[in-house]
Write a protein of this length. Structure first.
Length: 127
């Protein structure tokens, strides 16, 4: 929390490796981020950092289930079925897994997206 322009977004983007610091170092766990290449930053983020975006961020061509599992698949893994059940139960999408985002109401999709970001299967950080 803080006033507009106080650096909240900059702090989060720097901690996630999306922005580079103008001075100092940024550590996530045992890894210092500021000198990593974009490829290494991407590989670091996938298992370690989860994002909750303010704007709608589902991929329309994918089902709800595919959208939830996408970050795990991008890291070369399979989504744990127990984790998937916990996530969909937490956000109330049990009966909507095979729907596309266009079949969800805007408010419902945003709420589900925000809540589904909690509990990354790798135990990673949520930003």
């Amino acid at each position: 929390m803080g006033p507009s322009g106080s650096g909240k977004s900059t702090l989060l983007q720097t901690a996630a490796g999306l922005d580079r610091p103008t001075s100092g170092l940024v550590w996530v766990g045992d890894t210092e981020l500021s000198q990593l290449s974009e490829t290494k930053l991407t590989k670091q983020r996938r298992p370690e950092i989860g994002f909750v975006f303010q704007a709608f961020s589902f991929i329309g061509a994918l089902t709800v289930q595919e959208n939830i599992a996408l970050p795990v698949r991008l890291s070369g893994k399979r989504a744990d079925p127990i984790w998937m059940q916990q996530i969909v139960a937490r956000v109330g999408l049990d009966e909507r897994l095979f729907h596309h985002p266009s079949e969800l109401s805007g408010g419902a999709a945003a709420t589900r997206r925000d809540r589904s970001g909690t509990g990354h299967p790798s135990g990673g950080h949520l930003l």
